[in-house]
Design a protein around this ligand. Structure first.
Ligand code: SAM
Length: 222
């Protein structure tokens, strides 16, 4: 097992995985970026595809109401059951709309981004994260991976403005994370995982944006 390897929590929940854990390269940048971004939100916030709401505690003090929406099932504890393509709220009901790691699972991402923007007030924030690279998961509901150009087009087509795209993990993080997912399936290889994490982190400043683990997207409804 190695001296420093630590497994993912069981049952799995997103967390700020340490450098000893298999999901460190994926989760730590996501966690740090969302800690920064969500603290700045205010008023009513909707979280679409909320799952078990791992990021709800990061909402800033100025957030007066947080509403998690998801489909019914064992993998989510929503406040309101609903579908990302047809949210059960009137236009402009929220000050911000957020969604984390959901738009790879929907059939019509543009329709869902438009729908998220619809329930946000003019001037409000639309913020979401999506994977650039990840193995197939939640099959058969795994439809998309994203690139900078694709996301820019999605924002334009959804009528959103002031789009800001941040790559969370470039080439080395992506390669290291894919390696660690495989190493973690083999007990005899797990001792390598912390060292892959440390190596990828050391190389990351030289990483190119051609391979990106996750994207953070922040935009505004005009
Ligand atoms: C990878 S999980 C992410 C959950 C949570 N946002 C997180 O970051 O831990 C994807 C979530 O999207 C939800 N989801 C997928 N398609 C959806 C849809 N069309 N409408 C609402 N939720 C959906 C799933 O039920 C699941 O909870």
């Amino acid at each position: 097992m190695g001296l420093v390897y630590r497994p993912n929590p069981v049952p799995y929940r997103p967390h700020r995985a340490s450098w000893r854990q298999p999901l460190h390269l994926h989760l730590a940048p996501l966690w740090d970026a969302l800690t920064r971004e969500l603290a700045g939100l205010h008023g009513r916030v909707i979280d679409v595809g909320c799952g078990h709401k791992p990021y709800a505690p990061m909402m800033g003090r100025a957030v007066s109401e947080y509403v998690g929406v998801d489909r019914e099932g064992p993998h989510a504890t929503p406040d309101v059951v609903g579908d990302a393509s047809q949210l059960p709220f009137p236009d402009g009901h929220f000050d911000a709309g957020v969604s984390f790691q959901v738009f790879e699972h929907v059939r019509d991402p543009l329709g869902c981004v438009r729908e998220l923007a619809r329930v946000v007030k003019p001037g409000g924030t639309v913020l979401f994260t999506v994977p650039g690279v990840w193995p197939a998961h939640e099959v058969p509901h795994d439809h998309w991976r994203y690139t900078r150009n694709g996301l820019e087009a999605l924002l334009v087509d959804a009528g959103l403005v002031e789009g800001r795209l941040t790559a969370l993990g470039g080439l080395w993080s992506a390669l290291g994370q894919m390696a660690n997912l495989e190493l973690d399936k083999r007990w005899w290889a797990r001792a390598l995982i912390p060292w892959v994490n440390l190596g990828a982190r050391a190389l990351e400043p030289t990483a190119r944006e051609e391979l990106v683990l996750n994207w953070l997207v922040v935009a505004r409804r005009p």
